[in-house]
Design a protein around this ligand. Sequence first.
Ligand SMILES: Nc1ncnc2c1ncn2[C@@H]1O[C@H](COP(=O)(O)OP(=O)(O)O)[C@@H](O)[C@H]1O
Ligand SMILES: [Mg+2]
Length: 251
Amino acid sequence: MALIEGVGISKRYGGIVALDDVSLSVERGQAVGLVGPNGAGKTTLFDCLNGVRHPDSGEICFEGRRMDRLPVYERARLGIGRTFQRLELFAGMSPREHLMVAERVHRGDGRLWKDLIGRGRARTPVARVEELLVELGLEEVADDPIESLSQGHGRLVELGRALVQDPLLLLLDEPSSGFDTREASAFAAVLVEVRSRRETAMLLVEHDLDFVRRVVERTYVLDFGKVIASGPVEEVLADPVVRRAYLGEAT
Ligand SMILES: Nc1ncnc2c1ncn2[C@@H]1O[C@H](COP(=O)(O)OP(=O)(O)O)[C@@H](O)[C@H]1O
Ligand SMILES: [Mg+2]
């Protein structure tokens, strides 16, 4: 059974067909890309998966359970974490405080369910946050105000906030946006490491194909709301149809 599976997803905005009969799946622990030119429908599909938008037709299942009508917070409880394209961080708060708040919200939300299935907590919330700060390399800046941090550190805080809930699936919306090449490559390395340590599945919406190559093993290509290719990342990105869709801009 796939971890997440969408079948026949369509979505229109008035006369615009943003998604036309799109199907995709991500297996447990797998890292999958979702790429395509501007306007292809990537963000719309992402939002259908995380619950911000509802598809007009199609089905989305998570661990075999239908979830296309569930609200965002219930999807989070099932094990879907996400990061945003624009950073949503709070001025005046430090990285440690951001993670502590996320940890508290998460604990309030899922304790009973967690206890029932035995993913209960042997470690205290403070210890968990400390571990996360170390895992993400944020110890040095843990108490600095967020507005004094680099974009790269900001993204790491955001990632940490999503990881607090131990997601089975991490949805990443253009994590390289606003990064220079060096920052992008460092962040890609963090994602690779997080995945190998935690076996978190990832779905990566991204326009930077080098970033995609580093992080995922398999990718989908959307163009005008349709999946035009899918498969192993190098194979797909070498496909003439895919290269044409990008008009040579990114391959
Ligand atoms: N809220 C909206 N209202 C109307 N049209 C939209 C809206 N959001 C996206 N679109 C249109 O849907 C199509 C897909 O957009 P989007 O999902 O944002 O693509 P991508 O993320 O691949 O750039 C585009 O034609 C876009 O103009
Ligand atoms: Mg987009």
